[in-house]
Design a protein around this ligand. Structure first.
Ligand SMILES: [Zn+2]
Length: 476
């Protein structure tokens, strides 16, 4: 049975029930990277957010097609090639590869299709020809422009107008434009710039038409969800929508639009001039734990809210991961509990409320820890509305199943802890030896020595927990 899913739709500005066009096959398009530089923290947020959305949909629907493009034609790439002397092909190949590696490191599954602009040129030209034939675009001086007033619904998605675009000084004023808000579908290329033959001469596509043509090629004129960062809502998504609805009258294009909020660093907009610009690689270099800890940090904030990255926040997220793995390491094997899973998953079905699902996972963790150490799991159980104490391992197994939808806590608990320790220079064998020495000291009633060993480990970030089954350790 598929539960009711609700998502905030940017077009209607409210939460809507999600009803796929084909209940057997859900389709999603998310704008991918422009491959001219390493992914920064802000680029990673939509990838993580929509990865969770896709994992959630896959849990309930028989088939989900997730398309995320690669923008490998863009003036930023051309500029980079000119500045650096590196070829365009080398820049885009190297950057695409780095993007794949970085997104894998934060636990994002690859999309089902990853179309590239360079491989969709024929589709873009055909798309533009349809717009011209329909009276929605015109050629002028080697350019083709979208005729904004020809689409009276322009602005309905973002609530903005072509005048906003002009006020923001984000449009080029050009004599060949009929209206200042008209945007480029095709533009001429000089001998040094990449170009393709077209009915309007040798040139290259504008950014917006690339996404319209790639989503059409992969998903057709109607699909379920279009996602991206909030900064893409206007003009990029407004323009995509205008192009697609005009080229395919009667279609609906995306039925629902989801946008994630922006990411800041230490409370400020990330920028190279402020010196707070961080690539994902800067974070991943901190240790084998960093990819998952960063993912945890992202999911602790609701996807539509602004997210503030700080080192303290990352350390806290890492500690959450440590606590999760410590619980999983000591829980015995057991079957999961359907009611626990439904309870913890429910917030995700209500506009992808990852912070609340994480809070419920913490309750499952508390319950498991209490059950396995012979304590009383009342608090977590009360919030769950349950009175029966689960068998050891049941809450942990349920935790793991829900965590899989978030893409966290899926590693082997021992390797996680070893990864963290190697980073700190302490081997697990050394810890086990210290625990044994402490136990021997306690048996000999040398409590001062036992306390000294505990304190020494604590100094190195290892916390000991004495339970019914003996002493276990975790990272502080
Ligand atoms: Zn796009």
């Amino acid at each position: 049975m598929i539960p009711e899913l609700f998502f905030h739709d940017s077009a209607t500005r409210q939460k809507q029930r999600f009803v796929p066009i084909d209940p057997q096959h859900v389709s999603i398009y998310v704008c991918g990277p422009t491959v001219y530089d390493l992914a920064h923290l802000g680029n990673a947020r939509p990838v993580i957010v929509f990865d969770v959305l896709v994992r959630l949909l896959r849990r309930f629907y028989p088939r989900v097609t997730y398309v995320r493009n690669i923008t490998d034609i863009d003036d930023k790439i051309n500029d980079r090639a000119r500045e650096s002397g590196e070829s365009i092909g080398a820049i885009t190949a190297r950057t695409t590869e780095a993007f794949h590696a970085d997104m894998a490191a934060v636990g994002a599954l690859p999309p089902d299709a990853e179309p590239r602009a360079t491989q969709t040129i024929a589709g873009m030209i055909a798309f533009i020809e349809r717009l011209i034939a329909g009276g929605h675009a015109y050629a002028a001086e080697g350019h083709v422009l979208f005729d904004t007033p020809s689409f009276p619904d322009y602005g309905a998605l973002s609530g903005r107008t072509p005048e906003d675009l002009i006020a923001g000084a984000r449009v080029e004023v050009a004599p060949f434009k009929r209206n200042p808000g008209d945007f480029v579908l095709w533009k001429p290329s000089d001998a040094e710039t990449p170009g393709w033959d077209s009915p309007w001469g040798r040139g290259r596509p504008g950014w917006h038409i690339e996404c319209s043509a790639m989503s059409l090629a992969q998903l057709g004129p109607d699909f379920d969800i279009h996602g991206g960062g909030h900064d893409l809502l206007f003009p990029h998504h407004e323009n995509e929508r205008a192009q697609s609805l005009c080229a395919y009258p009667g279609s609906g294009f995306a039925r629902m639009w989801l946008h994630n909020g922006m990411l800041r660093v230490n409370g400020e907009k990330m920028s190279k001039s402020l010196g707070n610009f961080l690539t994902l690689r800067d974070i991943l270099a901190r240790g084998p734990w960093a990819g998952e800890a960063f993912r945890m940090l992202v999911l602790k904030t609701h996807y539509r809210a602004a997210l503030d990255f700080t080192d303290a926040g990352l350390a806290e997220a890492r500690a959450d991961c440590d606590d999760d793995y410590a619980m999983l390491a000591r829980a015995p094997q057991a079957g999961s509990d359907r009611a626990m899973i439904d309870w913890a998953l429910a917030p995700l079905c209500d506009d992808l409320n990852t912070p609340l699902t994480l809070a419920r996972l913490r309750d499952l963790r508390t319950v498991e820890n209490a059950v396995t150490t012979g304590g009383s799991p009342t608090v977590g159980m009360e919030r769950m509305g349950r009175h029966d104490v689960p068998e050891p391992g049941v809450a942990a197994a349920s935790f793991r199943e829900v965590a899989a939808v978030l893409g966290i806590a899926q590693s082997d608990p021992t390797s996680w802890r070893q990864g963290g320790l190697e980073q700190g220079g302490l081997a697990p064998a050394a810890i086990e030896a210290a625990i044994a020495a402490r136990l021997a000291a306690r048996k000999a009633k040398d409590f001062a020595e036992a306390d000294r060993i505990r304190a020494e480990l604590a100094e190195q970030g290892v916390v000991l927990e004495d339970g019914a089954g003996g002493t276990v350790w975790r990272l502080a």
